[in-house]
Design a protein around this ligand. Structure first.
Ligand code: HEM
Length: 134
């Protein structure tokens, strides 16, 4: 479980990142495709970016539920990880999306990012891996 202090740090980092960076969609996918150019063609049908936007907003909502009430996020993440097998997105790549989000949030926070935030996100990514694994 992510404890209350870690959840507060993650929530704070998301708030600062959106205040300073606005809509992070472009930055998240630019970072993902810079690191993994082989993934961009998977979105060839997504001409208007609706799928990419939907995915990221689902991921932000899932992170907030996962560190909070955990009412649905663990099940959604496990289900989507298996759905994505069907899109030729292996589990390690699926998990990479959360790391890409964490790195983009860190960049958007700039000087407001702290070591405690790093630790809290690291714990979150480890906890998420548990639900992504097959
Ligand atoms: C690098 C990792 C990921 C890649 C490459 C990826 C790729 C894709 C692709 C190509 C689609 C469109 C499938 C189609 O309709 O043909 C899709 C849809 C979707 N993905 Fe991902 N995905 C990733 C990570 C995630 C994560 C972490 C989540 C959420 C936990 C997620 C949630 C969704 C959802 C909800 C849809 C359906 C969106 C819609 O139809 O509007 N994806 N993904």
């Amino acid at each position: 479980m992510i404890n209350a202090a870690e959840a507060a740090l993650i929530t704070q980092s998301l708030e600062i990142a959106s205040e300073r960076g606005g809509d992070l969609t472009g930055a998240v996918y630019a970072r993902l495709f810079a690191e993994r150019p082989d993934l961009e063609p998977l979105f060839v049908m997504d001409a208007d970016g609706a799928v990419r936007g939907e995915m990221l907003s689902r991921v932000f909502d899932a992170i907030l539920d996962f560190i909070g009430d955990r009412a649905y996020a663990h099940n959604l993440i496990h289900a989507e990880a298996s759905n994505h097998d069907g899109y030729n997105v292996p589990r390690d790549v699926f998990a990479l999306f959360f790391t890409t989000v964490a790195d983009t949030v860190q960049e958007a926070c700039g000087g407001a990012w702290s070591t405690d935030m790093s630790q809290a996100w690291k714990r979150l990514l480890n906890a998420l891996d548990h639900y992504i694994a097959a």
